[in-house]
Design a protein around this ligand. Structure first.
Ligand SMILES: [Zn+2]
Length: 295
């Protein structure tokens, strides 16, 4: 069966990269580029029954706060600084009044971003696929966290702000997800998408070992071009693109570990630094945050 683009259904695609699940299973995958909308997508796409197996690792950092070692320690420290930065990006156009804003974080993990938003006076809602992470977040926030199945039950025009921090690359059914995003954000409300950027210097440098390809957990791989092509067909208007500058260091350090060179920490820092320097001109940072407003 021909591979169809998960966004535009086109069967017109080219091979972009052959790579492995270096993080966990060492299985082989391919990334294809849709020649029509320019979205990259992972193939084979694991079945819904099997995809959970690829997340079964104690090393999956987004849900793991207690792991020891230099990379997790820095990751957790930077995460705290990042949360403040992310909140400022998410609320930029509505500052200084964040009190009372309704905010949905999709893929909220253990709830750290929501916790910060709650402290700032937002009315928070969270969605998270991992049951373990949901339990931790619920305890932390004192509110129910929903599973992704609940997205379809959310009434139209429910939220001032919807955030997805490194989540849309994991979503198998892109069309349904974007349909609901358009529907549940309020008019003039904001959608915030943070995504890895394979046009960055660190991606080009590490090639198949770039940690943010992270197949098959990442099923979609976006660029500024494909994001514009995809959202041009929606009521969500792209109004700003901002960098997440810490991600280049973190992703580079992880990528160095896949190469198994010595001094992966130092080398990762250097490559991350070089990536950010080059991106000052090109705009192609390792991670980009896309800010949309509902028309
Ligand atoms: Zn396409």
């Amino acid at each position: 069966m021909a591979n169809k683009c998960p966004w535009c259904n086109s069967e017109n695609n080219s091979r972009f990269l052959e790579l492995k699940d270096y993080f966990l299973t060492q299985e082989n995958f391919e990334i294809l580029e849709c020649n029509d909308c320019k979205l990259l997508f992972t193939t084979p796409c694991p079945s819904p029954e099997k995809i959970g197996d690829y997340y079964k690792s104690e090393n999956y950092l987004s849900h793991n706060e207690s792991k020891k070692g230099i990379v997790p320690t820095i990751y957790n420290l930077v995460k705290k600084i990042n949360i403040k930065n992310k909140f400022n990006i998410a609320t930029n156009s509505q500052q200084p009044i964040t009190n009372g804003l309704s905010l949905l974080d999709i893929g909220c993990g253990v709830g750290d971003f929501l916790n910060y938003a709650k402290e700032k006076g937002c009315k928070i809602t969270g969605i998270e696929p991992s049951e373990d992470a949901r339990k931790i977040a619920e305890e932390k926030l004192g509110t129910k966290i929903f599973s992704p199945d609940e997205l379809q039950n959310i009434p139209d025009e429910s939220f001032d702000i919807i955030t997805m921090w490194h989540v849309l690359e994991h979503v198998a059914d892109l069309k349904t997800e974007i349909h609901h995003l358009q529907r549940i954000v309020k008019k003039n409300g904001q959608l915030i998408l943070a995504l890895p950027n394979y046009k960055s210097f660190d991606a080009e440098y590490y090639k198949d070992k770039w940690a943010a390809y992270d197949v098959p957990r990442h099923l979609n791989h976006f660029s500024r071009t494909s994001i514009k092509n995809i959202f041009n067909k929606t009521v969500l208007q792209l109004v700003d693109i901002k960098p997440l500058k810490w991600d280049s260091y973190y992703i580079s350090m992880l990528s160095e570990q896949y190469i198994e060179h010595s001094n992966s920490f130092i080398k990762g820092i250097l490559t991350g630094c070089k990536s950010n320097c080059k991106a000052r001109k090109s705009g192609e940072y390792s991670s980009l945050v896309y800010v949309f407003t509902k028309k």
